[in-house]
Design a binder for this molecule. Structure first.
Ligand SMILES: C[S@@+](CC[C@H](N)C(=O)[O-])C[C@H]1O[C@@H](n2cnc3c(N)ncnc32)[C@H](O)[C@@H]1O
Length: 301
């Protein structure tokens, strides 16, 4: 199944087709899990400042029960597990079983006995109400087909007094490390990728909208801030290979292109990347939005 078919479907989606569309997106993520396993340590390193801020914003405490959604290789959940201590608990979860396995395997390798793995869709969290002290989700909510539903689900599983900390990418033009690849793909295919209004890395890049999602879900003390997340790579190939392996929807599109088309696209990206060339390699700027909130009382279900 190619992602081009996902993109085409997105344009003509109906409620009836929604479940199928969602299932295809989830299968797409399962298909790129190999790349996330390979680059797990790079993912940890690049996102380490975001992880730290998320743990601070969630006021993580020893003994807390923590849920990480859309965990991928589990950078945030594994860091949380070291803070909550042996009497605390962290559930690392992802809609793709293959991603959850990566986080679980890494917890095992680190000797973190307080981590368990679960396959969970953040739009329909298969957990009872009021069960977690903290919910963490880094670069996940923007891939939901219905992020408002995801936000309501986060609020629902929080206990009273529980905290949520989320991260999503800021605007595309401020994240050229990925934006220039999307621009090159869009130019090559002759249509915007991802199609407007569909889930994607930049679909929650509006801070006011992000804050409203959490407030409308019933969370209080909602705050949104931003943090710089640059991407540095020694060479064009290093950046290109890593980005193509991790970039979800893009990864499948790139893999499905005929050789000539893929080569043209790569040349376009190489040309755009030159603006970010320094004496030490490529240095792209990047921006992530951090959002946090607290459950004080009844939430909107
Ligand atoms: C860009 S990766 C981020 C991974 C990890 N949180 C990180 O920051 O390194 C997006 C992750 O979201 C997961 N995902 C996408 N849609 C999801 C959904 N509806 N529910 C749960 N996970 C989802 C994907 O499987 C993938 O692991």
């Amino acid at each position: 199944m190619g992602t081009s078919s996902i993109a085409q479907q997105a344009d003509s989606r109906t409620d009836v087709a929604n479940d199928d569309f969602r299932a295809r997106l989830h299968a797409m993520w399962a298909g790129v899990a190999g790349g996330w396993r390979e680059y797990a340590k790079d993912v940890d390193a690049r996102g380490s400042a975001v992880t730290e801020r998320m743990l601070e914003l969630s006021s993580l405490r020893p003994n807390d029960r923590v849920l990480e959604l859309a965990c991928g290789p589990g950078s945030v959940g594994l860091a949380a597990a070291q803070r909550v201590g042996p009497a605390g608990e962290v559930v690392v979860s992802d809609v793709a079983a293959e991603m959850t396995s990566i986080a679980r395997d890494r917890a095992h390798a680190l000797g973190l006995a307080n981590v368990t793995g679960r396959v969970l869709d953040l739009e329909s969290i298969d957990e009872p109400d009021d069960t977690y002290d903290v919910v963490l989700c880094r670069e996940g909510l923007m891939f939901a087909t219905d992020p408002a539903r995801g936000a309501r689900e986060i609020a629902r599983v929080l206990r009273i007094g529980g905290r949520a900390a989320l991260a999503v990418w800021g605007p595309r033009e401020r994240n050229p490390w990925l934006g220039v690849v999307f621009d090159a793909v869009s130019a090559e295919l002759g249509r915007p990728v991802p199609p407007p209004g569909t889930p994607g890395p930049f679909s929650l890049a509006d801070a006011a909208r992000l804050a409203a999602l959490l407030s409308d879900a019933g969370l209080s003390h909602v705050e949104v801030s931003e943090i710089s997340v640059p991407l540095r790579a020694a060479t064009f190939d290093e950046w290109w290979d890593r980005t193509c392996a991790l970039a979800g929807p893009l990864t499948q599109i790139l893999a499905s292109l005929p050789a000539g088309s893929a080569e043209r696209l790569r040349s376009r990206a190489r040309e755009s990347a030159q603006s970010y060339q320094t004496d030490n390699g490529l240095d792209f700027p990047g921006v992530t939005l951090l959002a946090s909130g607290r459950r004080d009382g009844r939430v909107h279900r």
